[in-house]
Design a protein around this ligand. Structure first.
Ligand SMILES: [Zn+2]
Length: 135
């Protein structure tokens, strides 16, 4: 029997991705930037660095990455999980190494890069981004 109420798998997959991509800190930072008059696009792929920027400010050739405190190993908020501790520590360490490699690569390609911890107040993050556009 055909079941029309079910979402097609590829759509459901896309919706899931969208939810992950539009995490709250990113959205709030984006809105704060908008209030400062900065115009951006969200979730833009940068193929030459095999990465996706959370925000891109094309006019300023500026990319913003909002880093989750857990996955990116925030010095204030990353806490080693109680189970599989070594595995998690190693994984987050790898993420950090990958982050800094990507940042360096993007800078070499001529992008300005701002990385913001998700715990930073959106207004403060937006001001940092604004300052960077004036560099
Ligand atoms: Zn944090």
């Amino acid at each position: 029997m055909k079941n029309d109420t079910k979402v097609r798998p590829e759509i459901s997959e896309r919706m899931k991705k969208q939810r992950i991509a539009d995490t709250k800190p990113e959205l709030e930072i984006a809105r704060a930037c908008f209030r400062l008059g900065l115009r951006y696009r969200k979730n833009v792929e940068i193929p030459e660095a095999k990465t996706t920027a959370d925000l891109i400010f094309p006019r300023h050739k500026l990319l913003v990455f909002v880093d989750g405190c857990f996955w990116h190993g925030c010095p204030w908020h990353y806490k080693t999980p109680k189970t599989r501790s070594e595995w998690w520590d190693a994984k987050v360490e790898r993420n950090k190494t990958r982050d800094s490699k990507k940042t360096r690569k993007l800078r070499r390609l001529g992008w300005k890069v701002v990385r913001v911890w998700e715990h930073v107040e959106p207004e403060k993050a937006a001001l940092r981004i604004l300052n960077k556009t004036k560099d």
